[in-house]
Design a protein around this ligand. Structure first.
Ligand code: FES
Length: 111
């Protein structure tokens, strides 16, 4: 079955709190939304180190996602870059946008 690539609503911006990570399910995929002072970005919810699923949490220093399993840290600036091991690969950043106060993510994983 082939589906059209499309943006799908994830969360209302008004429901997000700066400095926090929230977890969501979009079209069968677990994602997390990080709200920082610089912006809002969406990531795959699985830690690239060992497939631990991130849950809702406070961002470290308001700008880093920290894995609760082994302590890896990632930039929440839209790059997902590793700032502390043991993870070596960055978080998967999902294409997202904000339209009329709603965070949307590009669903391209059903194709
Ligand atoms: S599973 Fe995240 S750091 Fe190991």
């Amino acid at each position: 079955m082939e589906k059209t690539v499309n943006y799908v609503a994830v969360a209302a911006v008004g429901d997000l709190r700066e400095g926090f990570l929230t977890e969501h399910e979009v079209e069968g995929r677990a994602v997390v939304v990080a709200a920082t002072a610089e912006g809002i970005h969406v990531y795959d919810a699985m830690c690239p180190h060992s497939d631990f699923r991130f849950g809702a949490s406070r961002l470290r220093l308001g700008c880093e996602i920290e894995c609760q399993m082994h302590g890896a840290r990632f930039k929440a600036d839209g790059t997902g870059a590793v700032t502390k091991g043991p993870a070596k690969e960055p978080l998967e950043v999902l294409d997202s946008r904000v339209v009329d106060g709603v965070v949307e993510v590009l669903v391209d994983w059903l194709i």
